[in-house]
Design a protein around this ligand. Structure first.
Ligand code: ADE
Ligand code: ZN
Length: 339
């Protein structure tokens, strides 16, 4: 659906965006030249063309189709990021776009381990992002709450070492969740909770054991006895009324990325499930996940889809933003000023 002026100008929060998943092909090409990194594409046009079919396949779940998986494309794309300025430029491009879309607050995820494991110093990552977060506020009026993402398919000890070395605002579990349940990370999340950080974890749609992962994140296995502070994706809770009731009873919201599901699942299931969440009174926010790896569907496009396919009124869309503000980890004064 076309983006209406209403959706375009609605004041927004974006609570589920991987900053490395906003790396545009243009910036990727430019950084590859600057850093003298050979890409597997002879021309910019060939690089661009590679994004058209990207990559909704999970080899562990679906078998080998000969193409890179989504995560291989995503981790491959970020190899051009090397210096503090590269991370700064990546983030500032997203924040400029956020301002254009009237996003007032965002707590973007970043993957320090995806950079340190290829030899990039942690300081380059942290300094670049930290500086961009400060400048986003000053230059664009976009408030940023960086959220460090642990790669759940790497050893738990590696997450612990990264935790001890890094500075950030909140903690999160991402990457490939196949046979990597949240409970493996219970200790580090418990520690993060004690240290005063907010906590969330991915429970992506249609993954193995996804209902069990939602249950773990909602209850005791992440962040101590209270469970997490919200759930990223978690839309399969809509399959099971009692699971949805548990999420609601825990007071958790979901960050939903409709196009991420719609690119691989039937329209009726995706938006029917979102309607079930809505009707159950579970708050949710709408976000883009990895927009440049998902057909350039940014937060406005994702909101446009929800409005169109769920048949929501303008006042419903405004409520989704208010729920997003309430779910966000912005400081109270920022929360009051956002919408
Ligand atoms: N990290 C970045 N994007 C991701 C996704 N879509 N699923 C799991 N981990 C991710
Ligand atoms: Zn995600």
């Amino acid at each position: 659906p076309a983006i209406s002026a209403f959706v375009a100008t609605l004041p927004k929060v974006e609570l589920h965006v991987h900053i490395e998943g906003t790396l545009t092909p243009e910036l990727r090409w430019r950084l590859a030249q600057k850093n003298e990194i050979a890409l597997p594409y002879a021309t910019y046009e060939a690089l661009l063309a590679s994004y058209a079919t990207m990559y909704n396949h999970r080899r562990e779940l679906h078998g080998d189709n000969g193409l890179p998986t989504f995560l291989e494309a995503y981790y491959g794309g970020m190899e051009v990021l090397r210096t503090e300025d590269d991370f700064y430029d990546l983030a500032m491009e997203y924040f400029a776009k956020a301002k254009e879309m009237n996003v007032r607050y965002t707590d973007p995820f970043f993957d320090p381990q995806a950079h340190t494991r290829r030899g990039v110093p942690l300081e380059a990552v942290m300094r670049g992002f930290e500086r961009a977060g400060r400048d986003a506020k000053e230059k664009y009026g976009v408030v940023v709450g960086w959220t460090m993402c642990f790669l759940r398919d790497m050893p738990v000890e590696d997450a612990v070492a990264t935790y001890e070395a890094a500075l950030w605002a909140a903690a999160q579990l991402g990457s490939n969740e196949y046979d990597r349940p949240p409970r493996l990370f219970a200790d580090i999340f418990q520690r993060a909770r004690k240290d005063g950080y907010k906590i969330t974890a991915h429970c992506d749609v249609g993954q193995k054991d996804t209902h069990e992962h939602v249950r773990e994140v909602a209850t005791s296995c992440v962040g101590g006895m209270q469970g997490a502070d919200r759930i990223d994706h978690g839309l399969n809770a809509a399959d099971q009324p009692e699971l949805l009731a548990l999420v609601k009873a825990r007071g958790l919201g979901l960050t939903l990325c409709p196009h991420a599901y719609h690119r691989r699942l039937p329209t009726d299931w995706v938006f029917g499930s979102i309607k079930k969440v809505w009707e159950a009174g579970v708050p949710f926010s709408v976000a883009s996940d990895d927009p440049t790896y998902m057909h350039q569907q940014w937060v406005t496009e994702n909101l446009g889809k929800v409005m169109h396919y769920c048949g929501f009124a303008k006042k419903d869309m405004a409520k989704i933003q208010r729920d997003g503000v309430a779910m966000s980890w912005a400081p109270d004064d920022v929360k009051r000023a956002i919408l």
